[in-house]
Write a protein that binds this ligand. Structure first.
Ligand SMILES: [Zn+2]
Length: 417
């Protein structure tokens, strides 16, 4: 049985950009190592969630073969699990962003801070915020955090809205829940609302938490220092995708009959990999792209000695897309080619039956600076396939494996090769 490496490049898919000769960043990137692999390659061009623009949770679940509409109980579960907060059934776990709001209007949903600033705010919030429930607040990377409110006597509910504009929660049968990148209608920041009666108390509790935490942040040393330096000010918490139950993903090792390993640094991706039953590498995201890719490449190569499948995640492409930096986006893809793909093309034995899959969780338009509902480009390298050309969105659209209609079809197909 051959080995499989699944590379998920966050938000890699994009739209053609005039300044890039009407090519997408993936098409524009110089990628000689990928091109070498195209002597045995086929493409797929599946949709992730049809007309809705997915977040990474839905995208990653789909790429691994889990239908998000069947399993997702809210992204917060994975996010907090990946932060090491151990949410339990009945606890409420949510994703949090440090943001900036002025006069009730949104200035930013992402206030980037250093590790030290984030740690310091984490301590202040945990020690000074008072709400009528036990909670734990933990920071992640850049502007991200997780919140777990312990269930205890209060019955917590997932039927609450997000206060982050741009992400709308939708609810499905059996308590399933998923948010979509819905774009902004206006910049007014709204309170969290109960979507059903049973969410009333939870909405109140979350609004109280936001109010209290904002007060504590504004009194903090971090805030005062930033104000002095005229830096963007974190004065608000955006809470989204609150979950109260385990999504109970079927064990991936049993699902595909192969042993899986994950080389991922972001809490969401760690949480999904942990839920799926993968062994997860003990790594975190490195601030420098080259370090990050080198460390992940080493981890993938060494995991291939003892595991059948390795899932590796690269975050930076999505981050720069949200900032509108399409030249950085293709440069990151070039670095992936140069560092990760070049090593893998040597460690994987394609001629003996190993497979390499490179795709993304969703497309992110770097001109629109948001996730879009476009189908995703998928490269599958396997000895059964003949030569192919020009890996990118247009080539995938033109010429793709017909059986792979949805992203959830990728892995079942690859697993049978
Ligand atoms: Zn994104």
């Amino acid at each position: 049985m051959g080995k499989i490496v699944l590379i998920i490049v966050d938000g890699m898919g994009d739209l053609p950009i005039k300044m890039l000769n009407n090519k997408t960043p993936l098409e524009y990137a110089y990628k000689p190592n990928i091109t070498m692999l195209l002597r045995h390659a086929e493409y797929a061009y599946p949709s992730v969630l049809g007309k809705l623009a997915p977040q990474s949770d839905a995208g990653v679940m789909s790429d691994l073969g889990y239908d998000p509409l069947k399993y997702s109980t809210g992204r917060g579960w994975f996010e907090c699990l990946g932060l090491g907060m151990e949410p339990r059934e009945g606890d409420l776990s949510a994703r949090v962003n440090f943001g900036e709001v002025n006069n009730g209007k949104l200035s930013s949903v992402r206030v980037y801070m250093s590790k030290e600033e984030l740690r310091s705010l984490e301590d202040e919030i945990n020690s000074k915020v008072k709400i009528p429930a036990d909670f734990e607040f933990r920071v992640g990377e850049d502007y991200r955090a997780g919140l777990v409110i312990r269930g205890g006597k209060t019955r917590l509910s997932q039927y609450v809205s997000n206060n982050e504009p741009g992400y709308t929660a939708k609810f499905y049968q059996g308590g399933k829940k998923l948010s979509f990148a819905s774009g902004f209608k206006d910049l007014k920041v709204k309170k969290i609302k109960a979507v059903r009666k049973e969410g009333d108390d939870t909405a109140k509790l979350l609004n109280l938490f936001v109010k209290e935490a904002s007060r504590v942040i504004k009194g903090s040393g971090v805030y005062k220092e930033r104000a002095k330096k005229k830096q963007q000010l974190p004065n608000y918490l955006f809470i989204r995708d609150a979950a109260v139950s385990d999504p109970k993903l079927p064990d991936i090792n049993r699902l595909y009959g192969r042993r899986w390993y994950a080389v991922v640094g972001m809490p969401l991706e760690k949480g999904i990999a942990m839920s799926a039953g993968m062994k997860v590498a003990d790594i975190h995201e490195e601030p420098l792209l080259i370090d990050d890719l080198s460390k992940k490449t080493d981890a993938v190569v060494s995991a291939l000695r003892s595991f059948d499948c390795v899932y590796v995640h690269v975050k930076q492409t999505d981050s720069v897309s949200h900032l509108g930096k399409y030249t950085e986006k293709y440069a990151i893809i070039e670095a992936i080619d140069r560092i990760l793909i070049s090593r893998l093309s040597k460690s994987l034995e394609i001629d003996s039956g190993d497979t390499l899959v490179m795709t993304c969780d969703h497309s992110t338009s770097s001109e629109l600076r948001r996730h879009i509902n476009s189908n995703i480009p998928v490269l599958i390298v396997n000895r059964k396939f003949g030569r192919n050309n020009d890996f990118g969105e247009s080539a995938c659209k033109k010429n793709h494996i017909k059986q792979i209609k949805k992203a959830t079809d990728i892995m079942p197909f690859v697993n049978k090769l």
